[in-house]
Design a protein around this ligand. Structure first.
Ligand SMILES: Cc1ncc(COP(=O)(O)O)c(C=O)c1O
Length: 352
């Protein structure tokens, strides 16, 4: 079955909204826009104009960056919006479900529950550094599970999922479910993206984001990568002017080829900083265990999470308390910061 065949029938037959034609060489008297620029407008295109739906220049740049053909890519307002789109395309209230591997990123289940869909869970194996058991996942899968989420590297545990396990799942479920591999943190890992697998699996989808490695969390840009029929469906569902003009221009500037070397150097520096933070935290009596990380954060188990939180707050820093997750009763998540920020955290833990 193709991705489209798994979609909600209403979405397959939906007549999408027809937005104002994008013909930039003509004067726009067809979109009920104001003919003057607002005060403070520093954009090239003008904030008085609706932005280009799926702006071609940015689509082309990301297709190049992620090494996929243009028809395999949809831009969205962060990968959060891509998750929302997938939920709305595939999940029917009271009928369909997602399957997620816990503990994992919270938005998969929130988006599914908003849609009225069920959430099935397969636990990652803590005794194997939060490894994924493909047989266990496949045994839990049922035909009403339309979306299977695999987050690699996983938030909040930080580990990459074993490529062989992911491949076994993609092979077994191809045509039966959309296997969504969330690669939000892939740039911090040494494992390659699964983009080449898009040619092998018709119902594989990948999530990428500019929020993490490209330092554009405030711009809100992510991408859904998948088969062209999936991308076409998502184009029907996404609001017509999803990406704001300042955001698009900021992303194009940040992703200019002239910035690539500096960007790569910053990634490498942060990976080195992760090692530094890990080593220094290891020595703290407030730290019991640091889980291996392929991401830009460390998950730790603390000997005294309340004290850890209190001390870091007293030093003016906040880390993420993970104790709300089942099976993480003493875990905290620390984003790797600059050397000064990391030292400030380490100093705050040592303060009396
Ligand atoms: C695993 C994972 N996926 C997706 C997202 C959402 O990212 P975006 O900023 O692209 O919406 C996050 C954000 O923290 C995340 O951790």
């Amino acid at each position: 079955m193709s991705a489209a065949a798994l979609a909600r029938p209403e979405i397959r037959t939906l007549k999408p909204y027809s937005h104002a034609a994008w013909l930039p060489t003509l004067t726009r008297l067809h979109a009920n826009e104001a003919p003057w620029r607002p005060a403070g407008d520093t954009t090239d295109a003008g904030l008085n104009r609706y932005p280009e739906p799926q702006p071609q220049a940015l689509v082309a740049r990301l297709a190049e960056l992620y090494d996929v053909p243009v028809p395999h890519l949809l831009l969205a307002r962060g990968s959060d919006e891509a998750i929302d789109l997938l939920s709305r395309i595939f999940l029917r209230q009271g009928q369909d479900a997602i399957l997620q591997c816990t503990p994992t990123f919270g938005m998969y289940q929130v988006a599914a529950r908003i849609q009225g869909a069920d959430v099935l869970e397969v636990p990652l194996d803590a005794s194997r550094s939060w490894g994924l058991d493909p047989d266990r996942l496949l045994a839990a899968w049922r035909p009403h599970v339309k979306l299977v989420y695999l987050c690699s590297p996983n938030n909040p545990t930080g580990n990459s999922l074993d490529a062989g396990a992911v491949e076994a799942i993609c092979t077994a479920l191809d045509g039966k479910a959309i296997v969504v591999v969330d690669e939000a943190y892939i740039e911090w890992s040494r494992s390659p993206s699964l983009t080449p697998w898009l040619a092998r699996f018709s119902t594989l989808a990948l999530l990428r984001t500019l929020s993490k490695a490209h330092a554009l969390a405030g711009a809100r840009i992510g991408a859904l990568l998948g088969a062209p029929d999936l991308i076409q469906l998502a184009k029907r569902v996404i609001p017509p002017y999803s990406l704001a003009q300042p955001t698009v221009e900021a992303a194009l500037r940040a992703l200019a080829p002239s910035e690539a070397a500096a960007s790569r150097a910053r990634l490498e520096a942060l990976i080195a900083e992760r090692g530094y933070l890990q080593e220094r935290l290891q020595a703290s009596p407030l730290v019991q265990k640091i889980w291996p990380s392929d991401a830009n954060f460390l998950m730790i188990d603390s000997t005294d999470p309340d004290r850890f939180m209190r001390k870091s707050m007293a030093g003016g820093l906040i880390v993420r308390d993970l104790r709300g997750y089942p099976r993480l009763p003493k875990s905290l998540r620390i984003s790797v910061g600059s050397r000064a920020q990391n030292d400030a955290l380490l100093d705050s833990l040592e303060a009396p």
